[in-house]
Design a binder for this molecule. Structure first.
Ligand code: FMN
Length: 374
């Protein structure tokens, strides 16, 4: 699509393949708002097993989100969640190949602190560390700790993020950084050790401002939604925006995969989840997404979708059905990767690894580069 090449990070998309990874369930309940979902406690023990299973399955990355306030409801959805930086350092020690991508909120952490955290993760993981950069958008999540920047609106938070990421990139490569920004001031600021290689950077901005920030500064963008045609449009727009700035940005999406032996079984399980929708948790999620109290409890396009109880796009079916849906997704959208969520990671990851992944690898092998490294 563009003449620009991705910065290589030892992942399939370096040469046109698809990056496939796991969204780690670091918060209780995972990504299904239902009383009928499989038990998922969001503990370190569970996530440790997920990372090991992901590596054994041959997946490319595991990523952790960062959350400070849950959605409540009968299931206390996401009320308990792990710290993603400490978690990823630990998971780097129990794995050796899979990339370990953590998340940091730019409104919470000083860039010099995160520059050092990531340089440390770079050593622990031997070059496998990456960072999901999030601005923070749910006021209650940060106001509860006095950390909501009043007077900085949505787009302002991306201006802040732009200064933040500029500071971090400079701290990773320069001996001393002096920077007089609107949000961050560094004065002869030193940061050692340096990462051996700049860590992978990703962001999931879906607004115009967020997508532009991502195309300009990041190695990859998570696009929202699951419709292949809409993803194709968003992917094309992000890549064109990056190309206009002389860069390449990888485009990813996210999908919950409910695998069963037959389509009928998978669909029955999906209906069972929907029947147990946790209304209270749904209302909590809507508050976090910025819905006003007066709108909560009413039916609209958002609640219609949410009644499935899945918090992301999903596919439910046999391995064959999942293969066909994901093949169509990649063929139509031309995205570079997919982050997977499972209702039950303990059974989902191995089944996906054995029955789905080998076919996707074969269908989307990437190009063998001629001549560049002999
Ligand atoms: C895959 C993915 C991961 C995300 N991770 C987090 C996260 O860990 N913490 C958070 O506060 N927001 C997270 N978000 C929200 C995004 O950072 C972003 O704020 C949201 O998509 C809205 O886009 P906007 O900021 O451009 O309006 C995530 C979104 C996606 C799609």
């Amino acid at each position: 699509m563009t003449q620009f090449e991705p910065t290589p990070f030892d992942i399939p998309s370096d040469s046109g393949g698809k990056d496939l990874g796991i969204f780690l369930p670091i918060a209780n309940g995972g990504w299904i708002l239902s009383k009928n979902k499989p038990e998922l406690d969001g503990s370190y023990a569970y996530n440790r097993k997920c990372a090991i299973l992901a590596e054994e399955a041959g997946l490319d990355f595991v990523m952790s989100m960062s959350k400070f306030r849950g959605y409540g409801g009968e299931t206390s959805h996401w009320n308990s969640s792990l710290d993603p930086v400490v978690l990823m350092a630990a998971l780097a020690e129990v794995t050796s190949k899979v990339k370990v991508w953590t998340t940091v909120h730019t409104i919470l952490q000083n860039p010099a602190v995160v520059a050092k955290m990531m340089a440390t993760l770079d050593q622990v993981s031997r070059g496998r560390g990456g960072l999901n950069v999030v601005t923070g958008s749910y006021k209650d999540e940060f106001a509860q700790m006095g950390a909501w920047p009043e007077g900085v609106d949505h787009d302002g938070r991306y201006d802040l993020a732009k200064e933040w990421v500029t500071a971090i990139k400079r701290l990773w490569r320069e001996d001393s950084v002096t920077m007089d920004g609107k949000y961050f001031q560094l004065e002869d600021c030193e940061s050692w050790p340096k990462p051996e290689k700049r860590p992978f950077l990703v962001c999931a901005g879906s607004s115009k401002k967020g997508m532009h920030f991502t195309s300009e500064e990041m190695d990859a963008i998570f696009l929202s939604g699951g419709d292949p045609v809409e993803l194709a449009e968003a992917s094309h727009a992000a890549k064109a925006d990056a190309a206009a700035m002389g860069r390449y940005v990888r485009t990813y999406s996210m999908m919950t995969v409910l695998l069963a032996d037959t389509d009928a079984q998978a669909e029955a399980t999906a209906r069972h989840y929907a029947a147990g929708l946790d209304e209270g948790a749904l209302h909590g999620m809507m508050r976090a997404y910025g819905f006003l109290d007066a709108e909560i409890g009413k039916e609209n396009a958002f609640t219609k979708k949410a009644r499935s109880s899945f918090m992301s796009a999903h596919v439910a079916g046999s391995s064959q059905t999942v293969i066909e849906r994901l093949t169509e997704l990649f063929e139509v959208s031309q995205t570079d990767g997919l982050m997977l969520i499972f209702p039950d990671y303990m059974t989902g990851i191995p089944k996906f690894g054995q029955e789905v992944l080998p076919v996707l690898r074969e269908r989307f092998p990437g190009k063998v580069k001629v001549g560049s490294h002999g």
